[in-house]
Design a protein around this ligand. Structure first.
Ligand SMILES: [Zn+2]
Length: 327
């Protein structure tokens, strides 16, 4: 019994035979050893189809992922048992993805008028599914900021994060009211994203007296005043669930010295060795210890506290923390 369906074999067999024909045609002009090796690989794949072992990993004997067989019908190992050569190629792809993603992050310490910002973006793996944007104002326009979390982990989540980033960057150039921008971002994201995926997100803009804020199902932002903390509740559904979801905007006054904190649940859901979560309360406590200081001191000390809390446990989820502070 073969590991893959008869229809997949039916689809892949002619592709393998076509490769064989191309290799034989090239045998006269290309380095002979190289072509002979490839021919042997192709023949071995055809042999595996005949004896029914095609599509099984040669190391663990589990079925190889169908999408990888479709991309390369000669694949002999599952994703967990790549050959050193395949592993190197896979790592190079991930490194490239990391570089692309790093370039999508906003500049550090963007400040404008009465406002200063600071953020830290800490993916759990090489690439992350958290989204962070700060758009520096030009021509006296307000400062735009956003933080989000794409459901899921790994490369798929990071691809959707880059997609979300592209959507917001194109919408930002249109200078729309925040509510309109959120509705359009939701529609675009819904229509171009698998139904299994969505993103929670908080976006805001600075105003004369404070900020306007829209929370699409994300962890509630915290407003740090001199001696108090306000939790700002969610005002809408995550992006990508329903294409005609509506969003409401809250106007929040900020005084000089007040800070707005946006974060992702990789911080509040970080776990210690006993399985306890970091939680919002501890985050508030940690922020208040440094509330009189600037955004950089606050973000650094929170992340240090989370690392301390986690102890020997590895980071499970992406962590992003953004401080928007009125000077
Ligand atoms: Zn395997």
């Amino acid at each position: 019994m073969s590991a893959v369906s008869a229809s997949l074999i039916h689809e892949l067999r002619p592709k393998i035979i076509e490769r064989r024909e191309r290799l034989q045609a090239a045998a006269g002009s290309v380095s002979a050893d190289y072509v002979q090796d490839l021919l042997a690989e192709v023949d071995a794949a055809l042999q595996r189809i005949d004896d029914g072992s095609y599509g099984l990993c040669e190391t663990c004997h589990d079925p190889i992922e169908v999408d990888r067989l479709e991309r390369n019908p000669l694949t002999r190992f599952c994703i967990d048992h790549l050959t050193p050569h395949e592993l190197r190629a896979h790592e190079q792809d991930l490194e490239l993805a990391t570089q692309i993603q790093a370039r999508l992050l906003p500049a550090k310490d963007i400040a404008a008028g009465n406002w200063e910002t600071h953020y830290r973006y800490e993916p759990a793996g090489l690439v992350g599914g958290d989204y962070c944007e700060i758009a520096g104002p030009s021509d006296g326009k307000p400062l735009f900021f956003a933080i989000g979390d794409v459901a899921g982990k790994g490369v798929a989540a990071s691809l959707l994060m880059t997609h979300l980033s592209a959507i917001f960057r194109s919408l930002l150039s249109l200078d729309l009211p925040l509510r309109e921008m959120m509705s359009r971002a939701n529609r675009l994201f819904s229509e171009s994203t698998p139904v299994t995926h969505y993103a929670t997100l908080v976006a805001g803009r600075t105003t004369e007296s404070g900020v306007e804020l829209c929370n699409a199902g994300h962890c509630r932002p915290l407003l740090l005043r001199q001696n108090a903390t306000e939790r700002i509740d969610s005002t809408g559904l995550p992006l990508g669930l329903f294409s005609d979801a509506r969003y409401t905007i809250r106007h929040i006054p900020l005084n000089s010295g007040d800070s707005l904190i946006l974060y992702t649940d990789g911080i509040t859901e970080a776990e210690d060795p006993e399985g306890n979560s970091y939680e919002e309360e501890r985050l508030i406590g940690s922020l208040h210890n440094h509330a009189a200081r600037d955004g950089m001191v606050m973000t650094e000390s929170v992340l240090r506290d989370v690392t301390h809390f986690r102890g020997p446990c590895p980071q499970q989820d992406d962590m992003t923390l953004l401080v928007v502070r009125r000077r």
